[in-house]
Design a protein around this ligand. Structure first.
Ligand code: HEM
Length: 485
């Protein structure tokens, strides 16, 4: 009976016991997995660089955008060393402030750190623009873009750039208040347009400029895509820009003379025609917009800082003016405008530009993302974390630039140590427009310093972000001809 009972019990209970055993085993396995993971995570976490992750979600973003950039980076570097973690713009990140470590991210181990941008920015500029890519596609575009901005090509643009300066400078005299940044944006935009499309006036250009301005207004807005928001307007303008660029491409393709016209568009169309790189029209459009974008605010910001530093350092302004007057005399004697070779003789002015780019560090840092868990300088950078080489920190380190807070162009009489001076980045993604940017500044300074004097309006001093660090209020100034100043 008992056995029957047992057997019956067995018969009825056996599946239950099996299921129970399986369940317990599963729970144990899952627990074991989590314990292991936790152990692994905490192991990994203990190998993370030192640093503070700030508040939940917002991390240290507010501090980064409200403190002076030097204070933000330097207090952390002092506390934690050259490699430290933080949390900004919703992402965990590792900040890097030694030239060697920055070189590892940007050059030696560049394949482990891909460029990364918010998706809204990618959509606006165009996802096929070269900044967002690595590998073959990036390589072929970079080669084409670099060829379009090489010294041998841009030397032919000196007189067109000079013409732009001479056209807009007289308007400054008649205005009682100039917002330097806004005016410099207009200048840099015009130069970017001729670099992108060549210098032949085409009726489509005004429409393209108008749409680009709407796009730009939405670029730094919140990515809220509701009718009427700046982001929504920008995205609509971006679509219309695609249409305008497609029509322009078609027109140039059908007209051999226009086709061979200069500008980056000409270079890309010729590469497409020769079937060298299998470029599609939309790849061409995204890269044209991308280059205008990269060329424009950066250069305008650098020009704004130039005027600020020249005002703050009258002896430097005097030295630049003297050098430019020498060149002006020569041009008057030979009855001609500036040439590329003249700009190669502007040694003092070139050093002032170099020092401006160091001091202002327009791009305080750049973003990369670890494509896998990367062992780096004794730490682990987990896959997906952002990595920020801090150009500003390196440019303001007394180890490489003695008395870094002093504006001293003469320091560039001796070339800086390799990989310590990176206003235009380093490695595969370094700036292809560096020579054009410097040329724009030289041509501007030639005419501005020889013809005008300027003073700041208002008491405001300080820095604001637009999104690059710029003098407060975009440096409002009043401009007078030198003989009346
Ligand atoms: C003072 C002005 C400028 C500064 C400070 C500047 C700075 C930089 C820096 C630091 C980078 C590297 C970003 C990174 O590694 O993530 C870069 C990339 C780039 N810049 Fe400039 N730039 C300036 C002007 C220009 C101009 C005039 C052009 C026009 C051709 C240009 C086109 C580009 C492009 C296309 C890239 C992306 C390169 C790539 O991803 O391979 N920039 N710039």
């Amino acid at each position: 009976m008992q056995s029957l009972y047992l057997s019956s019990l067995f018969t009825f209970e056996q599946p239950f016991l099996i299921i129970l055993t399986l369940l317990v085993s599963c729970v144990l396995l899952v627990l074991l997995f989590f314990v292991q993971q936790w152990g692994h995570q905490s192991n990994r976490r203990s190998q993370l660089p030192p640093g503070s992750m700030g508040w939940p979600y917002i991390g240290e973003t507010l501090k980064l955008y409200t403190e002076h950039p030097n204070t933000f980076f330097f207090t952390r570097k002092k506390r934690y060393g050259d490699v430290f973690k933080s949390h900004i713009l919703g992402c965990p990140c590792v900040m890097i402030s030694s030239p060697e470590a920055a070189k590892n991210v940007l050059v030696n181990q560049a394949h482990l750190f891909k460029p990364t941008y918010p998706p809204s920015k990618e959509k606006m500029i165009g996802p096929q623009a070269l900044f967002f890519h690595q590998g073959d596609y990036h390589f072929k575009l970079k080669k084409l873009i670099q060829s379009s901005f090489s010294p041998s090509v841009i030397r032919g643009s000196v007189s067109s750039i000079e013409e732009i300066v001479l056209n807009f400078l007289p308007n400054w005299e008649t205005n009682t208040r100039i917002c330097t940044l806004q005016e410099m944006k207009k200048y840099a935009f015009e130069v970017a347009m001729i670099s992108a499309f060549g210098n032949n006036p085409e009726p489509e250009m005004e429409g393209i400029k108008h749409l680009y301005r709407i796009l730009e207004e939405g670029y730094n807005s919140m990515p809220i895509d509701f009718p009427g928001t700046p982001f929504n307007k920008a995205m609509k303008a971006r679509k219309l820009l695609n249409g305008s660029l497609s029509r322009l491409i078609e027109k140039r393709r059908g007209n051999r003379k226009l086709h061979n016209d200069g500008g980056l568009l000409g270079v890309l169309l010729r590469a497409q025609e020769q079937k060298l790189d299998n470029l599609s029209d939309s790849q061409i459009s995204d890269n044209i917009i991308g280059v205008i974008f990269a060329a424009h605010d950066t250069t305008a910001t650098a020009l704004t800082w130039l005027l600020k530093y020249l005002l703050d350092n009258p002896h430097v302004l005097q030295a630049v003016t003297r050098e430019q007057e020498g060149i002006q005399c020569k041009l008057a004697g030979e009855n001609r405008g500036l040439t590329w070779d003249d700009t190669r003789q502007m040694f003092v002015t070139t050093r002032v530009i170099q020092e401006t780019l160091r001091t202002a560090s327009i791009l305080s840092f750049t973003f990369r993302e670890a494509v896998e868990d990367v062992e780096f300088e004794g730490y682990i950078i987990p896959k997906g974390w952002k990595v920020l080489p801090l150009f500003r920190n390196i440019h303001h380190s007394s180890d490489f630039f003695p008395q870094p807070e002093k504006f001293d162009p003469s320091r560039f009489k001796v070339p800086p140590r390799p990989h310590t001076y990176m206003p235009f980045g380093n490695g595969l993604h370094s700036c292809p427009g560096s020579e054009l940017a410097k040329l724009e500044m030289l041509i501007f300074l030639h005419h501005f310093t020889t013809t005008y004097r300027w003073k700041v309006i208002g008491e405001e001093d300080g820095i604001e972000y637009g999104p690059f660090p710029v003098p407060k209020g975009g440096l409002p100034i009043q401009v007078r001809p030198r003989n009346k100043a």
